[in-house]
Design a protein around this ligand. Structure first.
Ligand SMILES: [Zn+2]
Length: 85
């Protein structure tokens, strides 16, 4: 274990959101993701504050990333705003 001063350790946890393809874009959501992923047609609240229905399938994962969700997701993942592009 690396020796990190108390209070400065970076707690490991999975990112508090997951990506969910829905309605033509790849959104992020902090809803509790079901084990195994979002079933088709699940209603999900996205980080860009929309209610969308999840889609599955290879094509859905190729949809463009929602810019608003990308920005929020980066914040949640701990990237400084200056890194946002
Ligand atoms: Zn979005």
């Amino acid at each position: 274990m690396p020796n990190v001063p108390p209070g400065r350790e970076k707690k490991y946890r999975p990112h508090p959101f997951s990506w969910v393809p829905a309605e033509g874009q790849r959104h992020a959501s902090d809803d509790q993701r079901p084990a195994g992923g979002w079933p088709d047609d699940t209603e999900v609240t996205t980080l860009c504050s929309q209610q969308v229905r999840a889609s599955t399938g290879d094509l859905a994962w190729l949809w463009p990333t929602c810019a608003a969700c990308n920005t929020e997701a980066r914040k949640l993942a701990g990237f400084p705003a200056a890194d946002l592009r």
